[in-house]
Design a protein around this ligand. Structure first.
Ligand code: ASP
Length: 454
């Protein structure tokens, strides 16, 4: 729509534009947020008008949540099914605390969960006064007393070590306020990194801190936001769990949330609601939609020492490099001024370091580069297989890597947790870093039987 142009039809509905009027309608007649039915010669689409920078294209948000870009010239007919009412009034539901319910702080960092589509920007925006939150999730105040706070409103892919420190400090503030638990709403892309980061930095934590995300925003029929948030609230309300966990959908159905271990979980699907899975581990518990809890793994005992925040050094440079066929030495050399490097090897933890024919000469230099790096900074192996443990003793390649100074043998941490743990150790325990990498500190390394058969 043209800047400043007044929508002709946003107060009306069921207006149909055809032929000559379509271009006029596309420029002046449609208002972002209007629900429209759009016809081309071959198909009809119904969706919500999104703002578009490219004036040749008309963007519709379909019911599935995906944006569809239609070439304007191909549109033959448009019908405004429902005009957008931009003045959405938040419910004035009471948020006053109820006796007998646990006090749970909700710290919002952004992402899809407590968001709705913004018809001004086409992205999602936070809906985050207590009233708005409760109007979106009206069951919440029956389960917990909430005091939601907006910490940041950002996509989780943009987070860095500074944000982990900020969150840890906010958790510490809430602990001082004597809350019974904390829910952190978070984008899903790097939710497992943040969960691991908090598991390490919140030392001797004595309350539950549950991270919750949503793969689909709350204004979509298929949204997982409500179930994930309510299951997290139920879990805190009904159990004595201590530590950091993640609550997401157990399956693609709306039947149960699953509480996953902070240091052993990974996002395994781009869009499915059950994208988060425990890797080389088991979930803590299942929480059914109706609030029944099944404990799967015995909870931690209360800590024996006082809670303290052990933050990340935000000035550190920690790398994460995936092995692949035709790897170049320059890819490794790029990390020479870093403070730590996680290698994501193939299989048991391998990199192409064997010079065995006329095509593999580069591999000798790759091994030398790894050796040079390992003299300057901790170089830790992890596996791109994800399931199973690192074993640098099975093949010659693993033995050579160990001789070159690569550490991390026998660990079954995900590459992401290895990255977070390395950064946290370099920040807090630089001298014992290599030794502690393969010691289980926060449930990140399986004590027994790390192999996962299925
Ligand atoms: N890219 C988004 C994020 O991680 C996706 C989401 O909100 O889940 O913040």
């Amino acid at each position: 729509m043209l800047e400043g142009a007044k929508p002709l039809v946003s107060a009306m509905s069921s207006i149909i534009f055809t032929n000559l009027f379509i271009e006029v309608a596309l420029i002046y007649g449609m208002h972002p947020g209007d629900t429209v039915a759009v016809e081309t010669k071959t198909q009809t689409y119904q969706g919500i008008v999104m703002p578009s920078v490219d004036k040749k294209v008309f963007v519709l948000k379909l019911e599935s949540g995906y944006n569809l870009a239609l070439e304007r010239k191909k549109i033959t007919k448009i019908k405004v099914v429902q005009a957008y009412n931009s003045v959405e009034k938040a419910s004035s539901s009471s948020v006053s605390p109820k006796k007998g319910l646990k006090n749970v702080a909700i710290l919002h960092t952004g992402g899809t969960l407590a968001s709705k589509v913004s018809y001004q920007t086409g992205g999602v925006v936070a809906k985050f006064t207590p009233e708005e939150l409760i109007s979106m999730f009206p069951e919440l105040p029956k389960i917990i007393n909430t005091t939601p706070r907006l910490i940041r409103n950002m996509f989780s892919e943009d987070l860095n070590f500074n944000h982990y420190n900020l969150l840890a400090e906010e958790v510490a503030k809430e602990i001082k306020n004597k809350v019974d638990g904390i829910i952190i709403t978070h984008g899903t892309d790097t939710l497992h990194f943040t969960a691991a980061a908090l598991a390490f930095s919140l030392e001797h934590l004595s309350i539950p801190v549950i991270l919750v995300g949503a793969q689909r925003s709350s204004d979509r029929g298929s949204s997982d936001a409500s179930l994930n948030l309510l299951c997290a609230a139920q879990f805190i309300a009904q159990t004595n769990f201590i530590g950091v966990g993640i609550c997401m959908h157990e399956t693609t159905d709306d039947l149960a949330g699953i509480i996953l271990p902070a240091t052993k979980t990974r996002k395994m699907h781009t869009s499915r609601r059950d994208a988060f899975k425990a890797i080389n581990s088991q979930p803590w518990a299942r929480v059914s939609r109706t609030g029944e809890i099944t404990i799967i793994t015995k909870f931690h005992d209360p800590p024996k020492a006082a809670f303290t925040v052990k933050p990340f050094n935000p000035d550190l440079k920690i790398g994460l490099l995936k092995s692949h066929p035709h790897l170049q030495k320059e890819e490794l050399a790029a990390y020479k001024n870093f403070d730590g490097l996680v290698l994501e090897g193939t299989g048991f933890g391998h990199f192409p370091i064997n010079n065995i024919d006329e095509f593999t000469k580069e591999n000798t230099t790759i091994l030398k580069t790894i050796e040079t790096l390992a003299k300057k900074l901790p170089v830790v192996m992890s596996s791109q297989c994800l399931s199973g443990k690192i074993d640098l003793d099975v093949y010659e390649t693993g033995r050579k890597l160990q001789e070159a100074g690569v550490v991390g043998n026998s660990s079954d941490m995900t590459p992401e947790t290895t990255f977070i743990k390395l950064a946290w150790l370099v920040s807090n325990h630089p001298k014992e870093c290599k030794e502690l990498l393969t010691k289980n500190l926060r449930g990140e390394i399986s004590e027994r039987q790390p192999y996962q058969q299925d």
